[in-house]
Design a protein around this ligand. Structure first.
Ligand SMILES: NC(=O)c1ccc[n+]([C@@H]2O[C@H](COP(=O)([O-])OP(=O)(O)OC[C@H]3O[C@@H](n4cnc5c(N)ncnc54)[C@H](OP(=O)(O)O)[C@@H]3O)[C@@H](O)[C@H]2O)c1
Length: 259
């Protein structure tokens, strides 16, 4: 029984790695969570978390989230098929590159969604793209959920799923320069973190284009203009575009190898 005497949603998470462990931690606060991993669960048992070693432990769950690597999803879906999931059960796959049709076909589940979340769900600021069944009831508290055409999922995998790692890669360079110039590690973390948070808020809460936002900082002959000139000379935007395209290509390759 959950809070207010209402039955808590029963959620199984299959694959408790980088993404799955965040999901377990988040959902354990409000739901009845069964965490299923290949050999053993990496999480210590806690309130609301049951450890499962077997896919069949998901049998009676309302929601089953699969967060194993794409190359391992096949076997998991086939084992789920043996459970003959019912009409009320929602199967959600987070695996990059694995199409909705494949998930349906291999699991024979009646209600299926494909999502592409990012790890910012840990602070309830994730972006969760979904196609298939609506997942807002499950993921709504963890960030912005948006239904997106499946044909865009490879792009989303790159810009949003992998996105935090790319942004933090650049943030690391900012932190390093701050520290090399005498700012403490702790202060640098706060300064750059707040910088990113503020930039995100500006993008979401003003109606200015990115060029207009850049222009509000870069006064002619000033320090920002010098830095931007260097970024342009070094074709940094081209490198970023190539980086994202490589991730898109990899997502497409995963899809081809699965289907
Ligand atoms: N990490 C992200 O930011 C992110 C974002 C969006 C989507 N995704 C997607 O989420 C999925 C998981 O990514 P990840 O980074 O969390 O990978 P990961 O850290 O490798 O986690 C996968 C987990 O699944 C376990 N596993 C493998 N086969 C299993 C099975 N048959 N039954 C139960 N558990 C099994 C693995 O155990 P072993 O290590 O023992 O094999 C591992 O603990 C991927 O498909 C990825 O595309 C990840």
């Amino acid at each position: 029984m959950g809070v207010d005497g209402v039955d808590a949603m029963k959620i199984a998470i299959i694959g408790v790695g980088r993404l799955g462990s965040i999901l377990v931690g988040k959902f354990a606060r409000t739901a009845d969570v069964t965490a299923i991993d290949k050999e053993f669960c990496r999480l210590k048992p806690g309130a609301g978390i049951k450890q499962g070693n077997n896919i069949s432990d998901a049998k009676n769950c309302d929601v089953i989230i699969v967060s194993v690597k794409p190359k391992e999803i096949n076997g998991v879906l086939l084992q789920l098929k043996e459970l003959s999931l019912g009409k009320h059960q929602l199967l959600i796959s987070a695996a990059a590159g694995v199409p909705l049709n494949f998930i349906k076909e291999y699991s024979n589940a009646k209600r299926v969604s494909r999502i592409m979340p990012n790890v910012n769900i840990e602070v309830n600021e994730g972006f969760i793209a979904y196609c298939g069944e609506d997942v807002r009831e499950v993921f709504g508290d963890l960030g912005v959920c948006m239904e997106i055409d499946e044909k865009h999922f490879d792009v989303l995998t790159s810009v949003s799923g992998s996105g935090p790692a790319f942004i933090w890669h650049f943030a690391k360079a900012f932190e390093e320069v701050a520290e090399q110039n005498g700012i403490s590690e702790k202060d640098a973390r706060m300064i750059i973190g707040q910088l990113l948070k503020g930039c995100g808020e500006m993008m979401l809460k003003t109606d200015k284009s990115l060029d207009e936002l850049i222009a509000t900082v870069a006064s002619p002959g000033g320090t920002t203009e010098q830095g931007l000139k260097h970024l342009n000379e070094m074709r940094v935007n081209g490198i970023i575009a190539e980086t994202l395209e490589r991730a898109i290509k990899k997502a497409k390759e995963i899809g081809k190898s699965i289907g």
